[in-house]
Write a protein that binds this ligand. Sequence first.
Ligand SMILES: Cc1cc2nc3c(=O)[nH]c(=O)nc-3n(C[C@H](O)[C@H](O)[C@H](O)COP(=O)(O)OP(=O)(O)OC[C@H]3O[C@@H](n4cnc5c(N)ncnc54)[C@H](O)[C@@H]3O)c2cc1C
Length: 537
Amino acid sequence: MQKHYDVIIIGSGAAGLTLALHLPKHLQIGLLSKSSLLSHSSTYWAQGGISAVLDEDDHFDDHVRDTLQAGAELCHEDATRYTVESAPELIHWLTELGMPFTRERGEDGERGFHLTREGGHSHRRVIHAEDATGKALQTTLVNRVLQADNVEVIEDAIAVDLITSQKLGESGDNRCLGAYVLERRSGQVYSLSAGATALATGGANKVYLYTSNPDGSSGDGIAMAWRAGCRVANMEFMQFHPTCLYHPDAKSFLISEAVRGEGGKLLLPNGEAFMQRFDERADLAPRDVVARAIDHEMKRLGSDCVYLDISHRSKGFIQSHFPNIYRRCLELGYEMDKEPIPVVPAAHYTCGGVLTNLQARTDIDGLYALGETACTGLHGANRLASNSLLECLAFARAAADDIAIQLSEQPPQPRNLPAWDDSRVTDSDEEVVVTHNWHEVRRLMWNYVGIVRTDKRLARASSRIELLLNEIDEYYGHFKISSDLIELRNLALVAKLIIDSAIKRKESRGLHFTLDYPEALAEASDTLITPQPRRED
Ligand SMILES: Cc1cc2nc3c(=O)[nH]c(=O)nc-3n(C[C@H](O)[C@H](O)[C@H](O)COP(=O)(O)OP(=O)(O)OC[C@H]3O[C@@H](n4cnc5c(N)ncnc54)[C@H](O)[C@@H]3O)c2cc1C
């Protein structure tokens, strides 16, 4: 089967949905979601909010400066300024769509937006919808997309690979022609052709054993773009949240940093407080310092987790300040008012990704990358809190404008693309290869390429990931694909891109910390890696 659209959008989080809504209504759009449209994105789980200069005492220059500072001299000022200056209009656009931002009555009696302040921001500028901004955002955007006549939503469909002119052996500049897609229920693979294709598949945080992200964050867009010939940038900068609940059923449950803000203390398994050994601010040190300290202690003791203790606070206090956290912990058998809860740091945000320009274009004609999949230059070596949802919105709009121009100059024609060839593969007789390697990749990344790195650990990771990639490639070549196999293949490739990028950076900067080069170099530069011509997938 083959279908044609003017534009295919792969991914249905903030970036993909916003792009769909900004594209001209005469364009026919196919919007892919690898599971259900509503809740399987990082967007849905975002808590804090969206940064935007909305207060009259705040200034674009201050937001730009805060972002550049967080990014440890690696942010691109043009991308930063573009994003920051787009924010008020985009917030206005969301409000018009019905986004229920939290409001408060000001001194003048008017009900304005309530703005919070987060770490690294010099001003109150985080607009939010209570403590579940992502859920409100995803719901608002999904409702609008479902009303749009020009958007066909294709759920439970996972993009496998991009189809490019180069892969088809055509001469001239490499152009993206569409994608192969696996329909999960039927197991059939079909091709979609399009005049423009956008990758909006989110980040790659599932590459680590512990992550705050939903299951789908397997770096699919980054891996597909790389296999198609795009450069990726700054993949070594993975942001870790210091405290995720450690429990087999909790998966990705964040314990807000506000728990430490309200007096919560981190403890070793023997009950000893340890943060004061690492930073004079102890438990209130910045996110990356705390994550590094926990990682250090876990590695030193060989322990699976540390503990967070706020049991000196009353039950009433904890319930009123952290109702969701209290409820979830109780469900899992932990009474926060009586005992410490087990926590681990967790991979939270992928700062690097597919290299794009200010229009979200990649190295391949007709291919765009957006949101957490992309490296636009905004985040540099460390993301400033609440800038990521803003980036999704800002670059989706830029991409929509660019696609509209490109497709009006060169209207897309339906093309016959080769059908997916599975004539030489059989049903898998050893699914264990997929599950085993899935765990191995994530554990190896956690142990060797985590929060604190060394040359030795990276070298170990590098040789192991090569073995795993070979094994996975061989399996992929012999057996019918499944969504688990697609994700594993992407996860292992992205792991390699992270390892290679980390090996290239001979300094500590932002989120990349290595014991072998603890200082930053005098000059900051991006880590760019370029795919080599390779054997066909
Ligand atoms: C717990 C948590 C809290 C956060 N809090 C904040 C916050 O307060 N403020 C902030 O700015 N940022 C926050 N972030 C980060 C922010 O939510 C994400 O960076 C952002 O939502 C990413 O949006 P996206 O559209 O790029 O990707 P996502 O929202 O992850 O969406 C990706 C979509 O692509 C689909 N997909 C993936 N691969 C494929 C494929 N192969 N085929 C088809 N579909 C595919 C997925 O199913 C998903 O629907 C938080 C993240 C988490 C996890």
